[in-house]
Design a binder for this molecule. Structure first.
Ligand code: HEM
Length: 184
């Protein structure tokens, strides 16, 4: 009897009671990444929807940035002084939105390779430092980007996923700006 109950306990501990094995816990993420394995999985899943509208999200985020922090628009000789309508009609603006979002897209692809991700963010940060931009200016993009993602995901933008997007964009911009400060 005692023996049977200890077998039962053992089975329960192993998560195999009733014959249904528990799924393996996902392997832990790189400690430099501020996301748990579950959060990483949720981000990868959510990002698939963003990926399908990457250029539109990028353009919306940049328009939001230029409205919120007009001084940022002046940094782009070809965008300076243009209205939202003119920007949305401008192929260069579309291309730039894709380039910016391409960096974020690649960092999602590289969530499992944090070294490569940091390398890309460092390179992007250094390019901005060479243009004469200050790190503080780069941070101004975080909020507009999060708002553009929220606008797209709508009801799929839960509090849980919002927190994940905040953590991940902070990680990305932190590495970009760290490289800029090292450069200056
Ligand atoms: C935070 C995320 C950002 C990312 C990932 C990002 C990414 C990029 C990329 C990929 C390029 C194109 C580089 C190339 O030509 O190869 C670029 C150019 C540029 N970015 Fe950013 N950027 C960010 C934020 C900002 C912000 C907030 C400003 C504010 C002024 C800014 C100003 C510029 C300028 C002035 C250029 C050069 C554009 C040109 O060639 O005319 N960036 N950025």
């Amino acid at each position: 009897m005692g023996c049977a109950s200890s077998v039962q306990e053992e089975r329960t501990r192993n998560g195999t009671a009733g014959g249904i094995p528990e799924p393996d816990a996902p392997p832990p993420t790189d400690p430099r990444l501020p996301l748990t394995a579950r959060q990483k999985f949720s981000l990868e899943k959510s990002w698939k929807a963003v990926q399908r509208s990457l250029e539109a999200v990028g353009m919306n985020a940049l328009i939001r940035l230029f409205k919120r922090s007009p001084e940022t628009q002046d940094w782009f000789p070809s965008f300076k002084g243009k209205t939202e309508e003119q920007l949305r009609d401008d192929d260069n603006f579309e291309t730039h939105a894709s380039a910016v979002m391409g960096v974020f897209d690649e960092t999602v692809e590289l969530l499992g390779d944090v070294d490569a991700s940091i390398k890309l963010l460092t390179k992007t940060g250094k390019r901005h430092a060479k243009l004469g931009l200050e790190a503080d200016l780069i941070w101004t993009f975080q909020k507009p980007l999060l708002e553009a993602i929220e606008e797209l995901l709508d009801t799929r933008y839960s509090e849980k996923i919002e927190e994940i997007y905040k953590l991940w964009t902070t990680f990305a911009i932190e590495h970009m700006t760290k490289a800029m400060q090292a450069e200056s």
